[in-house]
Design a protein around this ligand. Structure first.
Ligand SMILES: [Zn+2]
Length: 101
């Protein structure tokens, strides 16, 4: 199994969640697929949606499964509705097209 890494910083990720996701392509057709969200102990420390889950994952011994499941659900409920910043996306697309990314 390939270790899970954060795409933002390349550090080992704490967990990843895949869930159904739909969008409309350039032709307006509905496309169904999966979306993945990764929890990173480095990149997500300032994210209020991730803070409770990060705190639970730092506890030794780990908390009971229902506590973790609830924290994961709260985290996913928030992050699954986030969309990329269009300005950042345009900048990254330009860098990718020019080979600078
Ligand atoms: Zn990261």
């Amino acid at each position: 199994m390939t270790p899970l890494v954060c795409a933002r910083c390349a550090a080992p990720a704490l967990l990843a969640a895949r869930y159904p996701h739909t969008w409309h392509n350039g032709s307006g057709e509905r496309v169904e697929g999966l979306r993945e969200s990764v929890l990173c102990a480095s990149c997500d420390t300032d994210d209020p949606a991730a803070a409770p889950l990060l705190a639970l994952l730092a506890v030794t011994p780990p908390p009971p499964s229902p506590c973790l499941a609830n924290a994961v659900e709260v985290w996913l409920t928030t992050i699954r509705h986030r969309v990329p910043d269009p300005t950042t996306l345009d900048t990254e697309e330009t860098l990718w097209r020019t080979g600078d990314l």
